[in-house]
Design a protein around this ligand. Sequence first.
Ligand SMILES: [Zn+2]
Ligand SMILES: [Zn+2]
Length: 232
Amino acid sequence: MTTTTDAPQAARPRGMTTCPECLGGARFANCGACGGSGNFSDELCARCGGAGQVELEGPCPACAGSGLVTTAYVRIADAAAYAAGEVVAERRHGDDAGEGEVWAQTHEGVTVYGLAAYGFLRERLRTQPRVLVEATQVPGHLGHPMPVTAVRVPGLSLLLSGVTWGYTGTGPNGLAAILHDLGAFEDHRQALGWVAARPQFSTWSLLVVRAGNSAGEAPPSSEASPPGGVRP
Ligand SMILES: [Zn+2]
Ligand SMILES: [Zn+2]
């Protein structure tokens, strides 16, 4: 649906776009009385005044009522729509992967499922003042350690299959979208540049401080060692 908006393009902060889930922060749904037709018993519907739609209470969860989302959100929402009806994240149990709730991406190695898994927990992760994103090693199939990207807040971890590159991870664009959406970078291009400089086979970490939209690199975890040698 094409709509006009009050927010002029020039006024948008860098890396942000109009929220596709609402109109200026307000969400609407079909009127329950007339089913969206605007008419009730051949008269104008009293509930919605003939508009057929009613405004929903509460701020839009995608943009927190601001009417603006990161451009990364569009990628994430597309991924979620693509994977709608599928299981994109599953609970992982065990003491190896972190405290509290630990979720892991299903369908390993597919960027779209990594983004959809992030989308599944997005609201909970984005409401935290500090988010730690790191490449870490957790035991995978047959108990062998494998590198994954972890997004962590107290009591909640999301493990995305693989790290930055190639067919085993979110892919650089997937990880860049997540970092941009978390507020670590102002736009996708800046995030992608940072991701491209990460080591492929050793651990790294990034502490995202959401207040003020700034990011700071956490001290690299000690004893970081490449898991499987160097590929050409
Ligand atoms: Zn109505
Ligand atoms: Zn919205």
